[in-house]
Design a protein around this ligand. Structure first.
Ligand code: ZN
Ligand code: ZN
Ligand code: ZN
Ligand code: ZN
Length: 427
């Protein structure tokens, strides 16, 4: 066996895993709310380390970009391969103890949240983070996201209701769910144990409830039972040959090349592949043609967004954002490998201050921006560009800098959402 950083770190088959060796975390930083961020050794730049919210600051930090690809194989998105994926159903890292109860619900409308994406981002500094995945869920209702906009500003002890939720799960190398050997990536990998039975409708959350008539399909919620009943289970339920639910028959594991998810509304599934950000605009990016969307189409959608901004500050901010994004216009995710990085904000209005990012719920440590999600994702998901359609300018995900181990298996982290319509709505 080679050392673990290499094992999981250098396979071109699993490009996301290079995040492992690149992320620079600072476990010792115990700074206060307004304290300066102390430069850490591995960062090869010199700079004035002031409190200035300067845009150039972020420019110098290394960024990995996430792009979408259709999954190469049906098995490549299974949980035993530790994938980074967008859309479809999550590949739960701990497939048994995942979030339940109100954690799975939109705090505004009560609907179970939809899976947006997950990023596999192990940290080599600690044994407990040998495997580490961040999961992002959101309510698909734009009116809930508008309410979320107001609540994300709430500070403790006020309780913020959210329609976007992030969970962090981590496992040591020796665990009961997976082999301690790296996956072979040839379709033969198997998890060590079966996961919990999932909802037949969304394939996302635990299926704790059973259809009272056929006793064969499982649901996470009454809402999904009703949705399934209306969309055809009413007929199906009476058919005696309906296959019984076996553990994981509805999930993305062992025996399920074709995942059975009844809902037609979940987003199409993609793999997220990572590349380092190009150095400058128009740099050579030959041979990197992984997207299904031509750059010109992306440009058009971005241009139409630009037209919606009338306010000067936001217009300037958007231009800077757009310039940076245009280096790699198909990116859907920006992953920050240094805890000192700041997100690239599309708008000058509606940015959080340090005080707006709550401390870790579990260890009370500081949180840093780990990645941000770009609206290009919605384009890949085929979300319509109507006034009431789901839309955002960016979603920045903040995680515990220490990636702590306390408390529950799936720890809730924090998302900050900037809406494209922010410049026209007064907060
Ligand atoms: Zn909602
Ligand atoms: Zn469900
Ligand atoms: Zn039934
Ligand atoms: Zn923590």
């Amino acid at each position: 066996m080679s050392d673990d950083g290499e094992m999981y770190g250098d396979s071109s088959e699993m490009p996301t895993q290079k995040l492992n060796s690149l992320r620079i975390t600072d476990l010792d930083d115990d700074d206060d709310e307004d304290g300066d961020v102390v430069p850490q050794a591995p960062v090869d730049i010199l700079e004035d380390d002031d409190d200035d919210e300067d845009d150039d600051y972020e420019d110098q930090e290394p960024v990995s970009l996430g792009f979408l690809e259709k999954p190469k194989n049906s098995w490549s998105v299974r949980r035993e391969l530790f994938p980074s994926i967008a859309g479809g159903t999550p590949a739960w890292l701990d497939p048994v103890n995942f979030p339940s109860g109100t954690s799975c619900l939109c705090d505004f409308c009560g609907q179970p949240l939809q899976f947006l994406l997950q990023v596999y981002a192990p940290l080599s500094q600690k044994e407990s983070t040998f495997h580490r995945t961040l999961f992002v869920f959101m309510c698909t209702s734009m009116s809930c996201l508008l309410k979320d906009q107001h609540d994300q500003w709430k500070r403790r002890p006020e309780k913020a209701s959210r329609s976007v939720k992030v969970f962090r799960c981590q496992l040591p190398r020796l665990n009961s769910f997976y082999s301690s050997e790296p996956p072979r990536n040839n379709g033969s990998d198997k998890p060590s144990t079966a996961g919990a039975v999932l909802c037949s409708w969304c394939g996302t959350w635990r299926g704790d409830k059973t259809c009272g008539d056929c006793r064969k399909v499982r649901y996470c919620s009454e809402k999904h039972q009703t949705a399934h009943w209306r969309s055809g289970h009413k007929v199906e339920c009476r058919q005696p040959f309906l296959a019984p639910v076996t553990p994981e028959s509805t999930s993305n594991a062992v025996s399920s090349d074709t995942q059975k998810v009844a809902s037609k509304n979940i987003w199409p599934q993609f793999e997220i592949v990572h590349e380092d950000e190009s150095e400058a605009e128009n740099s050579e990016h030959e041979g990197f043609n992984k997207s299904l969307v031509s750059p010109s189409r992306v440009d058009e959608s971005v241009k139409s967004l630009l037209e919606t901004f009338e306010v000067g500050g936001d217009k300037k901010s958007w231009a800077t954002f757009q310039e940076r994004i245009s280096r790699d216009p198909e990116q859907v995710l920006r992953y920050y490998r240094s805890v000192r990085s700041k997100p690239l904000w599309p708008l000058s209005s509606g940015q959080p201050s340090r005080m707006d990012i709550p401390r870790c719920n579990y260890c009370n440590g500081t949180r840093a921006c780990e990645f941000q999600i770009l609206p290009q994702l919605l384009f890949y998901f085929g979300v319509e560009n109507n006034p009431d359609s789901l839309d955002w300018a960016t979603i920045a995900v903040y995680t515990c800098e220490a990636s702590c181990d306390e408390s529950t298996v799936y720890k809730e982290e924090f998302a900050w959402v900037q809406l494209a319509s922010q410049s026209t709505t007064v907060r």
